[in-house]
Design a protein. Structure first.
Length: 199
C-alpha cells in the first residue's frame, strides 16, 4: 500500500492532497465550532469536484457542488442563526425526524442508483448514491448544528473508505479513516456543549 501511495503521489495526486488538507481543516474547525470551517470546506469541495469527475464518481462530484452551496449556507447560519449567546445552539432531532431523514436517504439512493446504472458509466452506483445522499442530509445537520450529525458521518465515512479504495483514491480513503477518529472527538465536544447549553 505504501508503494501504491508513493506512485499515486507521483502521478498527479497534488490536487488530491490539497483537497485532503483542506477537508481535514474543515472537520477540525467544525469540531471547535469555528466559522472558518466553511472557508476550508469551499476550497476542498472545489478541488474534489474535479477529482471525482475524473474517476467517474458522478454523484460524489455533484455532491461537491452541494457542499459548496452548503458551506455558504453554513456560514450564514452560524453568523445569523444566533441564540442569546451570539452563536447557533446545538440541538437534537426527534426519532421521527431521524426516521424521515433515513427514509429520504433510502428513496433518493434507490432513484439515483437506477438512473446511474441505466444512463451512465458510473462506478459503484449504489455506494456512490448512498454516501452522497447520506452526506447531503448530514451536511444540512451540521449547518443546523444537530448533535447526531456525528453518528451519521460515522456510517457514511466508513462506507466511503471502501468506495475510494475501489477507485484508487488512497489519500482520500486515508482522509476518511482520519475522519472516523475525529468524529469521536467531535461527538464528545458537541455533546459537552449541548449539555452545558441545556443546563
Amino acid at each position: 500500500m505504501i508503494a501504491t501511495l508513493l506512485e499515486q503521489a507521483r502521478n498527479n495526486s497534488v490536487l488530491e492532497l490539497i483537497a485532503v488538507v483542506f477537508a481535514i481543516a474543515y472537520l477540525l474547525l467544525a469540531v471547535r465550532e469555528h466559522i472558518a470551517c466553511w472557508i476550508a470546506a469551499m476550497v476542498s469541495t472545489a478541488v474534489y469536484l474535479v477529482i471525482f469527475f475524473e474517476v467517474r464518481l458522478y454523484m460524489e462530484a455533484i455532491l461537491q457542488i452541494f457542499y459548496f452551496v452548503m458551506a455558504i449556507y453554513g456560514w450564514f447560519q452560524w453568523t445569523h442563526g444566533k441564540s442569546d449567546d451570539y452563536s447557533l445552539a446545538i440541538t437534537t432531532w426527534t426519532p421521527s425526524q431521524h426516521a424521515m431523514a433515513i427514509a429520504v436517504i433510502a428513496l433518493t439512493t434507490l432513484l439515483s442508483t437506477f438512473l446511474l446504472s441505466s444512463y451512465t458509466d458510473a462506478r459503484l452506483p449504489l455506494m456512490d448514491s448512498l454516501t452522497t445522499w447520506g452526506a447531503v442530509i448530514t451536511t444540512f445537520m451540521v449547518a443546523r448544528k444537530i448533535l447526531e450529525n456525528w453518528i451519521y458521518w460515522l456510517v457514511i465515512d466508513s462506507l466511503s473508505i471502501y468506495l475510494y479504495l475501489h477507485r484508487g483514491l488512497y489519500f482520500t480513503a486515508l482522509l476518511f479513516a482520519i475522519y472516523i477518529v475525529i468524529i469521536f472527538f467531535g461527538w464528545a465536544a458537541w455533546l459537552k456543549n449541548y449539555r452545558q447549553q441545556s443546563a
